[in-house]
Design a protein around this ligand. Structure first.
Ligand SMILES: Cc1cc2nc3c(=O)[nH]c(=O)nc-3n(C[C@H](O)[C@H](O)[C@H](O)COP(=O)(O)O)c2cc1C
Length: 398
């Protein structure tokens, strides 16, 4: 049994929220309704109170909530946040991060999966501003059940009707399962760059920020896995609830990963390991006069290939490729050569995505050679797509 928050806004389809509430309850879940003030003009809280058996939340500043910061406390308790029906107004507020009532403030505090089912007149739905808001929310990992076509309450025909409540509930239950789909599994993730010392001051490295690997670790944890994150030097904070192993060089990363690989059910190598290291790093800083114009470098060991050779049945190995022209053929070759199950290739040459950016777009290719390109997504949303693909490959998807 999980706790679900059901956000209800002032759309004519509001009456269908009662059915959605009921269906979640039939599945054994507890539902806390949150109405906007405008929604209470269409259906007063009393009906939702009676159906849910809980006091509907409307106001941010409420005597009953005085003992705690309710939006934060509730956000921590829930396994799923559904907004159905969602008005054009609430989409705009969520997309902007505007927090001027309980529902919109709550949205910012929620860490659980979020599912939105919009409902509005067709002109409002297809308005570029609304579509822009939906796109922004999708990029942040919010899931949608899009409105359907048909007769609208305003008398028009067209897109904008709230999707079938059964569909909304089914999608919600799927998202809820995600929360435990990796329960009992051990996951090893690498992230960030490595630094190869030339002397105690100078080093060879790359532009990896570690963000993608950290999001992959976070998502695995969110799905219930026991996660070890081996990270090169980065400036970002690790997600909570995971074991972090900090390394500097490719050799240290190899040692840390090799030690833990045999226990991992899934290993995701998102680190950008340096290809070269210095043959003989100096113990003391090399003086300018002593610097040569050519450097004596050697290849670092191929960590991923080594793991592919050791991989046992039941283990899943995922590699990353930072391509400047992500070619599917190159990905397929790498999968075969390194005995991978999935390769995530992202185009690091494009402005605004890839290295150091918050957004990413990737081509996922599996061991059967099937490829698919994702939309431009936040790294958090892309991490969910990658885990869905991994779970699909492992045949664990419910
Ligand atoms: C009877 C009625 C029905 C409405 N239906 C919708 C609707 O289906 N979708 C929508 O986006 N707005 C609809 N609106 C407009 C919203 O109620 C309005 O934009 C409101 O400010 C939204 O507030 P809320 O998002 O805080 O609930 C409707 C308004 C009225 C009076």
């Amino acid at each position: 049994m999980a706790k679900i928050s059901l956000g209800v806004t002032s759309s004519v389809s509001i009456y269908k929220a009662c059915e959605i509430l009921r269906e979640f309850q039939k599945e054994g879940h507890e539902v806390q309704v949150i109405e906007t003030k405008n929604a209470t003009a269409l259906i007063p809280p009393a009906l939702f109170n009676a159906l849910s058996g809980r006091r509907t939340i409307v106001e941010l500043f409420d005597d009953q909530n005085a003992w705690s910061v309710a939006h934060v406390a509730l956000a921590k308790e829930i396994g799923l946040f559904v907004v159905a029906p969602a008005t054009a107004n609430i989409l705009a507020k969520f997309a902007q991060g505007l927090a001027d009532d309980f529902l919109s403030t709550f949205y910012l505090a929620v860490q659980a999966p979020i599912l939105i089912a919009p409902a509005m007149n067709e002109a409002m739905w297809i308005h570029p501003q609304t579509q822009d808001n939906v796109r922004r929310l999708r990029e942040r990992g919010v899931e949608f059940v899009d409105p359907a076509g048909g007769y609208l309450a305003c008398g028009d025909e067209g897109m904008g009707r709230l999707a079938d409540p059964n569909l909304i509930v089914a999608r919600g239950l799927e998202l809820l399962c995600r929360g435990s789909s990796l329960q009992g599994k051990k996951v090893l993730v690498t992230a960030g760059p490595t630094r190869e010392a030339m002397d105690p001051v100078r080093y060879l490295s790359n532009r990896s920020s570690g963000k993608m690997g950290f999001e992959i670790a976070r998502e695995a944890r969110r799905r219930g896995a026991e996660v070890v994150l081996v990270t090169g030097p980065v400036t970002i904070a690790p997600p909570p609830g995971i074991e972090v192993v900090r390394v500097v060089s490719a050799a240290e990363m190899k040692a840390a990963v090799d030690k833990r690989f045999s226990k991992a059910d899934v290993t995701v190598m998102a680190a950008a390991v340096a290809d070269f290291t210095f043959a003989a790093p100096a113990v003391r800083k090399i003086k300018k006069e002593g610097l040569k114009t050519s450097l004596d470098i050697v290849r670092t060991p191929d960590i991923l290939k080594g793991l592919g050779e050791r991989k046992r049945p039941g283990q899943t190995l995922v590699g990353f490729a930072a391509e400047t022209n992500a070619a599917a053929a190159a990905a397929r070759k790498k999968i075969r050569e390194k005995n991978l199950d999935l390769i995530v290739a992202n185009d690091v040459s494009r402005e605004g995505i890839g290295f150091d950016a918050d957004a990413n777009q990737a081509v996922l290719t599996d061991r059967r050679g099937r490829s698919r390109k994702t939309d431009v997504l936040s790294k958090r949303a892309l991490a969910a797509v990658i885990w869905d693909a991994v779970e699909g490959l492992r045949g664990q998807k419910k």
